[in-house]
Unconditional design. Structure first.
Length: 284
């Protein structure tokens, strides 16, 4: 039986950091999938083709992971998602698009507009749903279709149903806890799994030390009169985020030695971060 980790890489949800860890673990067995058109158009058929044509594949990350998944014979997929508070995520999306060297509509708008103006632009129906219940549409499997539509209620039900049966559901603002849960679940299939990390592709907003509630409150303050609309257009993502936290809490409760594992995980992270710094300055 082949075991393959699938990472549904949601934009600005610490996915690059998780991918860094997967690449560190599996090397050539890790695929950062970038044939977005094929994945969007062919979906499960394309993923099945990638799996069958890549016998050494152990982990795959895609911004357009399809759902439902294919069911190749003798293959077991272990799907991982990281979810983020949708209001706190908005600041990170804006900061990233503002500095991004790209000519996409989002990158152009972020450079031309201040934060509130950018968010107001993103709230329009004809603009892609990047900060309007985007995580719900992704987990439900509709992120590659109807990208300019408002997410209907049944998408939330699909997303919650999908989440219920996943074993690797993490929360960005609880990243270390999430990785300990991921490791504990994946160990029987990948005995040497080590998801310690060096942060990747982060903005200053992503490394803020403020509590999540404070960051959310500050974001809503910046939005002023627009805050109510933003909350309304992310109500499904807020529900999904709450469910992800509950699922993470339940997973932690099932690990008897969780505190010990978390402390050891953080020591591993500190060690590889020190090594990374030494390497950058040429002392290693």
């Amino acid at each position: 039986m082949r075991h393959i980790i699938l990472h549904g890489h949601i934009f600005k949800n610490a996915g690059s950091t998780f991918d860094w860890s997967l690449n560190r673990n599996f090397g050539e067995g890790f695929l950062d999938h970038r044939d977005n058109r094929a994945m969007r158009q062919q979906r499960a058929k394309h993923l099945a083709t990638v799996v069958s044509s890549t016998p050494g594949l152990t982990a795959l990350s895609s911004h357009h992971l399809c759902y439902p998944l294919p069911q190749p014979p003798e293959v077991t997929f272990h799907t991982a998602y990281l979810l983020r508070h949708p209001i706190e995520r908005i600041q990170s999306v804006y900061a990233f698009e503002r500095k991004q060297d790209a000519d996409t509509p989002g990158a152009i708008a972020a450079k031309e507009k201040d934060f509130a103006q950018y968010v107001a632009w993103r709230m329009q129906e004809e603009i892609p749903r990047t900060i309007r219940d985007y995580q719900t549409s992704y987990v439900a499997g509709f992120h590659t279709r109807h990208v300019k539509a408002t997410a209907p209620a049944d998408w939330l039900q699909r997303a919650l149903h999908h989440l219920e049966f996943l074993d690797c559901v993490g929360v960005v603002d609880r990243y270390d806890e999430s990785m300990v849960v991921f490791e504990r679940y994946l160990e029987p299939f990948f005995p040497d799994i080590d998801l310690a990390y060096v942060r990747q592709n982060v903005t200053q907003r992503d490394i803020a030390s403020d509590a999540i509630d404070t960051r959310v409150h500050n974001t809503l303050d910046k939005l002023g009169d627009l805050a109510a609309e933003v909350l309304s257009r992310n109500s499904y993502d807020l529900a999904l985020y709450r469910q992800a936290n509950q699922k993470l809490d339940e997973a932690i409760a099932r690990i008897d030695d969780f505190d010990r594992r978390l402390a050891k995980f953080r020591k591993r992270c500190k060690r590889i971060n020190v090594g990374s710094v030494l390497e950058r300055i040429g002392l290693r």
